[in-house]
Design a protein around this ligand. Structure first.
Ligand SMILES: *[C@@H]1O[C@H](CO)[C@@H](O)[C@H](O)[C@H]1NC(C)=O
Ligand SMILES: *[C@@H]1O[C@H](CO)[C@@H](O)[C@H](O)[C@H]1NC(C)=O
Ligand SMILES: *[C@@H]1O[C@H](CO)[C@@H](O)[C@H](O)[C@H]1NC(C)=O
Ligand SMILES: [Zn+2]
Length: 710
């Protein structure tokens, strides 16, 4: 069926069926359907029996492969890739041309990616054990092959030869060739063999220690015992879920969900403190020693490659460029938020004094009193709010917002081949030209054995192929919504609604990209930049027009949430955010400092930084960030700042261009053409400056915090 605007969220993969049920509106609801546009009628009109076996024209993504098909496809991918690399490597250095070196590699990258993803994404969504196993095995083999290619000296020499010629086709091709060279060199291909071997040894040690550090945390089974009175404030359901010791005390295991509940809800200050201290001490000495070793090894690794320390190496390829820029950024935000954070802290201190008397306020009190103040201040009942967000209504609203803003048209393909009956697929067209830009799959509902997080997976990247045709972009959004239960529509928590906006922003970002090379297209962009578009679009869902469009009481969807609720949500979003952000900055500074200097006493460092950043609040005795701070160990070392970075610049874009008129299509099209279009093909600062008409700045972010402070 055609559905001209459907629902979409970035979550990706599957929700067709649920949606259809929700969409079977009658009576009053029909009005809203019109108001929200016609997406809904499209869902309704599917025949449940539609055979879903059609391939999508222009998509090389293979879905619902069997285990043996995955194994064969992985063989084919590896054999083909090897032969292309061999052919490129065999070009004599004096005969290298764009056509015999660069084009084959770019074409390979564009065309093998959807095939690789076909093997790999099955691991996340398949209903069959065998298929998931085959997928995981294919991933190991393909990763191994890619790693080997990235170390091929023969290919590096040929590419270096072409780079040395300096005859570029155009700016993007230059950027592509330079990236190829740089990636090889970051793998040590321009240093001596001895040094390169040392690098590989260090890498192996780093990986092993990182795993050990994580394993220690995962294996930690420390618990604390509390009586019922000591856990006052926690809901009965929470207590029911706890094991009991022989003395009939409750066991609180030091896992983040239990710890968070205690810190937010427990009325007993001493309990909060004991839990916070024990949590901050997990794996104490052991992980502290590991972290110190890790940092040393990382510095060594970076120095072999010619960097002065690990942070230099880690930040070099990111939008921030240098650690000193990162420090400046974090400092500026921290300093500029100090007044507001002090105001917030005083509010919390006052309430603590009222409730507990003259006991000094500690960091363990932050979440509890912030929540108390919020309860007093906002009349927000999130359980009741959920009744206003039926999945399908939210989806059709999100579809409408994104289609209108960016001049797109989504159309459901009812008979496309999928891997589960809940999955649905949409084509994306440019509204004006009618050009097909790509497809997205939505796999939205929870299912056993399905990947447990919300995410967007790029299945095929847009690219300009050698024959002049444009390869389409294909995305998959995976989420864990509840499906309709017993005829009642699935309802979304407000946090899920926010996630949906964010993730759907990634889908649109992926599909609207127009980069020439698959390497720079879709979500393959600078990690400091990749979250910015999604964060900008996430802002939309706090705007009145959007909230009205996506909400409707589930028994009468013509009733959206009230104006006061919209206002409260907007203010609630920013409540105590200066204080919470300062806490995050504390950890980011810690991460950046330990990776920028040698011989740092990490315990002393944290003790020193804590009161400095947290307005005089001392570190909890005996705790240290180093022993249980996984973000600085795996994945985000020297890059923890990146999340704040993208939030800040997204706020700049939103405040300067979208606020006041968040559904302005002219602005939306500018954003699509100037920010989403180039994606990774240009320097992020250039991309943002082109859209903003000036350099991005932290000002709007700071001002928005002050504006919404309560
Ligand atoms: C090796 O490559 C790196 C990164 O591209 C570069 O900074 C460095 O100058 C190169 N070293 C040599 C010896 O060519
Ligand atoms: C996926 O493939 C299996 C085996 O070929 C088939 O039985 C199943 O119906 C397919 N699933 C869907 C949703 O088409
Ligand atoms: C933030 O603080 C710094 C001092 O660290 C100051 O130089 C800067 O102008 C401030 N920025 C804004 C946007 O207020
Ligand atoms: Zn994201």
């Amino acid at each position: 069926m055609t559905e001209s605007q459907g629902t979409g969220d970035k979550m990706a993969t599957e929700h067709k069926r649920g949606r259809r049920n929700v969409l079977a509106f009658t009576g009053a609801a029909a009005l809203l359907v019109l108001a929200v546009n016609l997406a809904i009628s499209a869902f309704n009109s599917h025949k449940k029996k539609t055979k879903k076996n059609k391939d999508l024209p222009g998509s090389n993504v293979c879905v619902n492969l069997s285990a043996s098909e995955i194994r064969r496809l992985a063989d084919r991918i590896i054999a083909n890739s090897k032969s292309v690399h061999d052919r490129v490597a065999s070009v004599p250095l004096d005969k290298v041309t764009y056509k015999n070196v660069v084009s084959p590699l770019a074409e390979l990258e564009a065309q093998q990616f959807p095939l690789m993803q076909s093997c790999l994404f099955a691991k996340l969504v398949s209903t069959s054990d065998d298929v998931r196993k085959a997928s995981a095995e294919a991933e190991r083999r393909i990763d191994g092959h890619v790693l080997m290619c990235s170390k091929r000296e023969d290919v590096y020499r040929v590419i270096k030869a072409i780079a040395a010629r300096g005859e570029w086709m155009n700016a993007e091709a230059k950027h592509y060739i330079q990236s190829l060279v740089r990636d090889f060199e970051r793998n040590g291909l321009n240093i001596t063999v001895t040094k390169r071997e040392e690098m590989h040894r260090l890498r192996a040690q780093i990986d092993e220690l990182s795993l050990q550090y994580m394993k220690n945390l995962n294996d930690d089974s420390t618990f604390l015992l509390f009586s019922e009175a000591e856990l006052a404030g926690l809901p009965p359901d929470f207590l029911k879920g706890l094991d009991k010791a022989e003395n009939s005390k409750f066991k609180v295991i030091l896992r983040s969900n239990y710890v968070a509940a205690v810190l937010e809800l427990c009325q007993v200050g001493n309990t909060r403190k004991m839990v916070a201290v024990a949590y901050g001490k997990r794996c104490g000495e052991v992980n502290l020693a590991i972290l110190e070793d890790l940092v040393k090894l990382r510095h060594k690794y970076a120095r072999l490659l010619g960097y002065s320390n690990y942070a230099d190496y880690a930040v070099d390829l990111r939008m921030a460029k240098t650690p000193s820029k990162v420090f400046e950024f974090l400092e500026d935000i921290s300093v500029n938020l100090t007044n507001l954070a002090n105001k917030e802290l005083n509010m919390l201190k006052d309430l603590k004094k009222k409730e507990e008397g003259d006991i000094p306020f500690g960091i363990e009190d932050l979440l509890y009193y912030a929540k108390r103040v919020e309860e007093q201040k906002f009349d927000l009942d999130f359980g009741a709010l959920k009744q206003y967000f039926p999945v399908n209504l939210v989806l059709s609203g999100v579809f409408k917002i994104f289609q209108d803003l960016f001049g797109l048209r989504f159309e459901e393909i009812a008979d496309a081949k999928v891997w589960h009956g809940d999955v649905c697929v949409f084509s994306v067209f440019d509204l004006i030209s009618g050009e097909l830009l790509g497809y997205f799959y939505l796999d939205l509902y929870t299912r056993e054995e399905k990947y447990g997080n919300t995410c967007v997976v790029a299945l095929q990247n847009g690219a300009l192929l050698v024959d002049g045709a444009r390869q389409l972009a294909v995305a998959l959004l995976i989420s864990q919504f509840e499906k309709d239960v017993g005829g009642h529509p699935g309802l979304l928590r407000f946090s899920e609604v926010v996630n949906l906006f964010h993730e759907f922003g990634h889908v649109v970002q992926h599909i609207c990209n127009r980069a020439t090379f698959a390497r720079f297209s879709g979500l393959r962009v600078d990690p400091d930049f990749v979250e910015i578009p999604a964060q900008v679009l996430e802002n939309l869902c706090y705007e009145d027009f959007a909230l009205k469009l996506i909400s409707g009481f589930h028994q009468d969807i013509t009733k959206p949430i009230k104006d006061e609720t919209c206002r409260s949500l907007k203010i609630w979003r920013h409540s105590f955010s200066a204080l919470k952000l300062k806490q995050e900055i504390l950890y980011c500074l810690f991460d950046q400092i330990i990776h920028s200097a040698d011989n740092i006493d990490v315990v002393e460092l944290f003790k020193h930084l804590h009161p400095k950043v947290m307005l005089g609040l001392p570190v909890l005795e005996g705790t240290n960030a180093a022993s249980c701070f996984p973000r600085s160990v795996i994945g985000y070392e020297a890059a923890c700042y990146s999340r704040i970075w993208s939030e800040v610049f997204a706020a700049d874009i939103f405040a300067s261009k979208f606020r006041g008129d968040p559904s302005n299509q002219y602005v939306g099209m500018q954003f699509r053409n100037k920010v989403l279009g180039p994606g990774g093909a240009k320097e992020p600062v250039e991309v943002l400056s082109d859209f903003l008409g000036r350099e991005p700045s932290i000002r709007a972010f700071i001002e928005s915090k002050a504006e919404y402070s309560v």
